[in-house]
Each structure stands twice: as structure tokens, then as C-alpha cells.
Design a protein around this ligand. Structure first.
Ligand code: PEP
Ligand code: MG
Length: 326
């Protein structure tokens, strides 16, 4: 079976009825990047920059960050790389002293874009490093934990200033650096029609969206099945987010774990998804599931999926629509 999957490395991620689905890679290391490249990923859909900041006592400076981002860009040889700005918070154990200690509710605290906007000098350093890497290949900037339009506008302003400064200092950077938002706070998903005009693309972080939507800690084993994307509320929200993005002509991906679950590929296709971002380890399985799927048939079954009343109903839909449908 592995061998058969191996043969898919050079095949397109195309459904049986001829629709091309974009498979991006979630990559943290240069090994991930090499693997993503070899498997024919469309690009990197999520590069989590926290990894540069963890397990050390000092914040990496602009040069160090620049070199890491540039190597990532060079590793993808012209395919687009999506760099997510720092998503640190008291829930991630950094030793740099950036994240606040002892927040009572770290998941609801000063994390992600909130921390970055509160530490503007640090954030500006990161944006400078990313913008400089854009001189070496296509780069997009992705913002974690966005909950309002104002946050996006504040970053856009900062990014424009950073780009202007860099150019005046003689750096060569891309003409335009697309700016996107993670949709992982329910408020952002619900208010999306109001601020989608402020972003160039979006990526749904279902790991956190499930946590916040269902009020279920993503790391609490005691919750068992309560923490699951197979909830009617999540599917409805995903469906409307994807539809809003399509109507407004903005690319939309899902980059949470559920995008890497081949069994759920038909469900995501039914909800209208055209871009998946997933760890390279499951990329070929998901490509296989996509190639076994008939997109028109699945979309025609979205209504029955959205009518499912509970987890059991959703699981029954998934079982009845496994790849190789009908
Ligand atoms: C997510 O929340 O789904 C996500 C992709 O980001 P992270 O897992 O890093 O929070
Ligand atoms: Mg997240």
C-alpha cells in the first residue's frame, strides 16, 4: 500500500470529475520542507514560527529569523511559502520571557497576534525578517488568533511601513506580500463577511476553532470525544466560512489536524473546501482520497451532511461517503 501511495508523488491532487484541489504542507523543519517538496505540495501553507523561539533563552534576532525564513523559501524553489507570525502564549512553554506567566486562562490570554501587537518592536523585527525573505521567492504572511478587523488593519499598516523602510534601506523585497488571517476564534469566523475585505486569504485553524467553539480544551484528555471536529456547529461554521471566502474570491484553506485525516477529505470537499494544508506524513493519503472522490456528487450531498444532528449522524454520512463514492 505504501508503494502505491509512493506512486502518487508526481500525480495531481485531482478529483475523479477533474477538479484540482490544492494540497499545501504544514512544515516546521527543513526536513519537512524537503519532504513537502518531494511529495509535490503546492507550497507551505503553514510554517509555525514558534519553533524558532522555543527551547532557548533569547529571542532570535532579525538576521537569524531572516536566514530561517529565506532557507524555507529557497527550499520550496518558487512555490509559495506561508509564514505564520509568532503564536506564543502562556500555553506554550517558552523560556525567552516573552509570554506572560501565570495567566489563569492562557488559551484565552495574551497569545498569538495579541502578544505580537502588545510587543511591537519584537513584531516589527519578525515582519522585517519575513519581508526580507520575500526577496527570495513568494511569501505570504499569516496571522494567528485574529478576532477582529482592527487587528488585521493594525498589522497591514505595520507591514506597509516595514516594507517601505526595507526598500529605502536597499533591500529587495516582493512588490506585494499577501496578508492572511487564521480563522480559529469563533468571533472571526462569524464576523468574517465584515473583515474579509481586509485580508488576502484565510486559513481555518480547526484545532483551536474546535476548542473555542465547543469550549473544550484541546489538551484535556478527560474530555474524550467532546473535543472533536465532528460537531454540527463546526460543520455549519466551516461551510459558511468557505462559502464567504469563495463568494469574495479569497483563497481559503483548512490547516488544522482534520485536513490531514484522509477519512474526512470527502466531508471537507462536500463543505466546499478547495485547499488543504497538512503535515507531509499524510499528504499522499489525502491525495489518494481526493483522487477517489467525485466533487460534484459530494457537493450535492452537503445539505444532507449539514442536516446531521449529532456526531453519530455525521459519522454515518462519512461512512456512506468514503472516498471512491458513490
Ligand atoms: C490550529 O489551531 O488549527 C492550527 C493550525 O494552529 P496551532 O495548532 O498551531 O494552534
Ligand atoms: Mg491555532
Amino acid at each position: 500500500e505504501r508503494k502505491q501511495l509512493h506512486r502518487l508523488r508526481r500525480e495531481p491532487s485531482r478529483t475523479r470529475d477533474g477538479a484540482d484541489i490544492k494540497l499545501w504542507a504544514n512544515a516546521e523543519s527543513l526536513e519537512d520542507v524537503a519532504e513537502a517538496h518531494a511529495l509535490g505540495a503546492a507550497g507551505v501553507g503553514l510554517y509555525r514560527t514558534e519553533f524558532l523561539f522555543l527551547q532557548r533563552n533569547e529571542v532570535p534576532d532579525e538576521e537569524e529569523q531572516f536566514r530561517a525564513y529565506r532557507d524555507l523559501v529557497l527550499g520550496m524553489t518558487g512555490r509559495t511559502v506561508t509564514i505564520r507570525t509568532l503564536d506564543l502564549g502562556a500555553d506554550k512553554a517558552d523560556r525567552t520571557g516573552l509570554a506572560l506567566r501565570g495567566e489563569e486562562n492562557p488559551a484565552l490570554g495574551l497569545r498569538g497576534i495579541r502578544l505580537s501587537l502588545a510587543r511591537e518592536a519584537l513584531f516589527e523585527t519578525q515582519l522585517r525578517a519575513i519581508a526580507r525573505a520575500s526577496g527570495y521567492g513568494p511569501v505570504r504572511v499569516l496571522l494567528p488568533m485574529i478576532s477582529s478587523r482592527e487587528e488585521v488593519l493594525a498589522v497591514r499598516k505595520l507591514l506597509l511601513r516595514v516594507a517601505r523602510d526595507l526598500r529605502s534601506q536597499g533591500h529587495e523585497i516582493a512588490d506585494a506580500i499577501p496578508l492572511g488571517a487564521m480563522i480559529e476564534v469563533p468571533a472571526a469566523a462569524i464576523a468574517l463577511p465584515g473583515f474579509i475585505g481586509a485580508i488576502d486569504f484565510l486559513s481555518v485553524g480547526t484545532n483551536d476553532l474546535v476548542q473555542y467553539l465547543l469550549a473544550a480544551d484541546r489538551n484535556n484528555e478527560a474530555l474524550g470525544e467532546l473535543y472533536s471536529p465532528l460537531h454540527p456547529a463546526l460543520l455549519r461554521l466551516l461551510y459558511t466560512v468557505i462559502r464567504t471566502a469563495r463568494v469574495r474570491g479569497k483563497p481559503a484553506a483548512v490547516c488544522g489536524e482534520m485536513a490531514g485525516d484522509a477519512a474526512l477529505a470527502p466531508l471537507l470537499l462536500a463543505l466546499g473546501l478547495e485547499e488543504f494544508s497538512l503535515h507531509p506524513a499524510t499528504l499522499l493519503e489525502v491525495r489518494q482520497a481526493i483522487r477517489d472522490s467525485d466533487l460534484a456528487q459530494l457537493r450535492a450531498r452537503a445539505a444532507s451532511l449539514l442536516r446531521a444532528r449529532d456526531r453519530k449522524g455525521i459519522e454515518a454520512w462519512v461512512a456512506a461517503n468514503v472516498a471512491a463514492n458513490p
